[in-house]
Design a protein around this ligand. Structure first.
Ligand code: NAD
Length: 497
């Protein structure tokens, strides 16, 4: 019997669609079709491939309202969250690679020195072939855009595996690609459960994997890849700190803290999860955060006028409630929210929690929900020490008017990215590399590095002298050794200062 994937709307808990799951045989077939079309796709010029993507972008923009509606229903996020993160940022990433892919990947001539000055040197980039893009449910489109589009522009075909919680929006891309005239097999969405025979076939069958998801699953996928020495990038969890110093612009810091913690109902890998505020401004900061959080609207989104949406799954909601419970048992105080609300759906009233410390799950485990946890600290040094006490190192934020100090502190924080007087936006800035350190991942997305990861590079040396023999080839002799000694001295001696 064919397995099915049931998609329930988190807003109403009603079944919105039931899809047949792809089997291992289906995945094998998709891999075969992709392999057949791969030489055609990689053989196109950048102009030709980018021509297709301009059409994709045109159709994507025509469909934007539809996309927002489906995302709202499928994930429970507000329409504005869908519009900002999944439409605005996604299309920005697409355009960035349309504008820059060719420049980033063109053959590069490298200048030589010493013996290499006698050669022409080139670095070239070739697509791996078939890239597997595995993504989580929190941003079904944005994460696919971050990985699938640069992979495709580099000349790869892509098999995409979204989370089985949110395949509907991801499937829209297949439709858009078809309408854009992109040949069958260049891009395909596979719908299946995470741990299944189909995913095993998927992982075995592709040439490279770009994974976004939890740290535990990512480590498992990394291990499977290493068995075949298959390249992979792993974009994993985070527990991002925000630090508020005495001289911070407090209104901005408060607004950022609330938005950065609650955007996408707090289900963001780079959401602010631990706020460290120096003693002197702590009370005022907390009062203002409670005020702001109290003013937010939570619920279904009729017309872009709701602030916080539903959580995407009941399982996730219960995990967050357990973390809140654990914190309270260990002495934390809830100043606002923290309760499930509404007649239906997975809504959690955003929680503001204080008197927290690192013995509590809420300050150490990833909290994928609308929680604002605030701790007071003595000074910047204590804030940095606590920020670095996490196993994760994805993103973070520092609020201070002293930018020089902020930059110095940023250098002391173990994270792949960091914002000063800002939050979250760095993910949407495709010009900048985005990556995690520690247990937050390996590999870079976005920027030049974010497309090069989908290519094997090749170095080529071309002789330009045309001599019959090289001095270091056979036969070896004292005369040739003397010449080599001369070269060593001439090119590599240390000049007196
Ligand atoms: P998850 O690890 O459970 O699942 C991620 C994807 O992997 C899904 O498509 C899932 O079906 C698939 N999967 C699960 N088990 C698998 C297995 N054994 N083999 C192959 N595939 C498998 O994560 P999630 O709950 O969907 O997403 C939340 C996590 O994603 C959070 O930890 C979050 O921080 C992280 N995330 C990270 C980034 C980033 O850029 N660093 C971005 C978004 C989300």
């Amino acid at each position: 019997m064919t397995e099915t994937i049931k998609i329930k709307s988190p807003l109403t808990e009603e079944l919105i669609k039931e899809l047949p799951a792809h089997s291992s045989e289906d995945v094998q077939e998709a891999i075969g079709i992709a392999r057949d079309i791969a030489p055609y796709w990689s053989g196109l010029s950048f102009k030709e491939r980018i021509g297709y993507f301009k059409t994709v972008r045109k159709i994507f923009l025509e469909e934007k309202e539809n996309i927002v509606d489906i995302l709202h229903k499928e994930t429970g996020k507000t329409k504005t969250d869908a519009l900002v993160a999944e439409v605005l940022l996604s299309v920005g990433i697409l355009k960035f690679y349309e504008d820059n892919a060719e420049e980033f990947l063109m053959d590069r001539k490298v200048k030589g020195f010493g013996i290499s000055a006698l050669k022409d040197l080139y670095v070239r980039n070739f697509p791996y072939g078939l890239v597997g893009v595995i993504t989580s449910w929190n941003y079904p489109l944005l994460l696919t855009f971050s990985d699938a589009f640069p992979a495709l522009m580099a000349g790869n075909c892509v098999l995409a595996k979204p989370s089985s919680l949110t395949p509907l929006t991801a499937l829209m891309l297949d439709d858009i690609f078809e309408r854009a005239g992109i040949p069958e097999g260049v891009y395909k969405t596979i719908v299946c459960k995470g741990r299944s025979e189909a995913t095993d076939t998927f992982i075995k069958g592709v040439d490279m994997i770009a994974f976004t998801g939890s740290t535990n699953v990512g480590i498992g996928i990394g291990k499977s890849c290493i068995e075949d020495l298959k390249p992979c990038t792993l974009e994993l969890g985070g527990k991002d700190p925000m630090i508020v110093l005495e001289d911070a612009k407090l209104e901005r810091a408060v607004n950022a803290a609330v938005f950065g913690s609650l955007m996408n109902t707090g289900q963001t890998c780079i959401s602010i999860e631990r706020i460290y505020v120096v003693d002197s401004v702590y009370d005022e900061f907390v009062t203002k955060v409670v005020e702001k959080t109290r003013s937010l609207t939570v619920g279904e989104d009729e017309d872009f006028n709701t602030d916080v949406g539903s959580m995407t799954s009941e399982e996730q909601l219960n995990e967050v409630l357990e973390q809140i419970d654990d914190a309270v048992k260990k002495g934390a105080r809830i100043l606002f929210g923290g309760k499930r609300i509404g007649e239906r759906g997975y809504f959690l009233e955003p929680a503001v929690i204080v008197d927290v410390n690192e013995s509590m799950d809420i300050m150490t485990e990833e909290t994928f929900g609308p929680v604002i946890a605030i701790r007071s600290v003595r000074d910047a040094d204590e804030a940095i020490e606590l920020a670095n006490s996490s196993i994760y190192g994805l993103n973070g934020a520092i609020f201070t008017k002293d930018i020089e100090k902020g930059l110095k502190m940023a250098g002391e924080i173990e994270s792949g990215s960091l914002c000063i007087n800002d939050c979250l936006i760095n993910y949407g800035i495709a010009e900048l590399p985005f990556m995690g350190v520690k247990k937050s991942g390996i590999g870079v997305r976005h920027s030049e590095a974010g497309i090069k990861r989908f290519c094997r590079s090749q170095s080529v040396v071309v002789d330009k002298m045309g001599l019959k023999n090289e001095v270091y080839w056979y036969p070896h002799s004292k005369t040739s050794a003397d010449m080599i000694f001369k070269v060593v001295d001439q090119f590599y001696k240390v000049e007196d200062a």
